[in-house]
Design a protein around this ligand. Structure first.
Ligand SMILES: [Cu+2]
Length: 103
């Protein structure tokens, strides 16, 4: 017979993991990234929302990720690494932002 404590323990662990994950929305509009400085945690999802009529990229300077966001679309990425990441748009190098990822 399964001990009674197993199921509640598993449920509590699953809930505590999902409770920590959040989605951080970052907007790209009029050739600007807002907010330019965002912070998140490992496991969080970043959602870049492109409101412009042309494509942008979120390209990490350290090469960790390179995401293309088509016009009027949004793209998500789950953060896996700790650290400050500077990123920019390959098509419009003046579009720059920083993402700080905490453990
Ligand atoms: Cu761009």
């Amino acid at each position: 017979m399964t001990p009674r404590w197993i199921l509640p323990t598993v449920l509590t662990l699953a809930m505590s993991v999902s409770a920590h994950a959040a989605t951080v929305q970052i907007t790209m509009e009029n050739l600007a990234i807002t907010p330019a400085e965002a912070s998140a945690k490992v496991g969080d999802t970043i959602e870049w929302i492109n409101k412009d009529v042309f494509a942008h990229t979120a390209t990490a300077q350290n090469g960790d990720w390179d995401v293309t966001i088509p016009p009027k679309k949004s793209v998500t990425l789950v953060l896996k690494k700790v650290g400050p990441i500077n990123y920019y748009c390959r098509f419009h190098p003046n579009m720059k932002a920083t993402l700080t990822v905490a453990p």
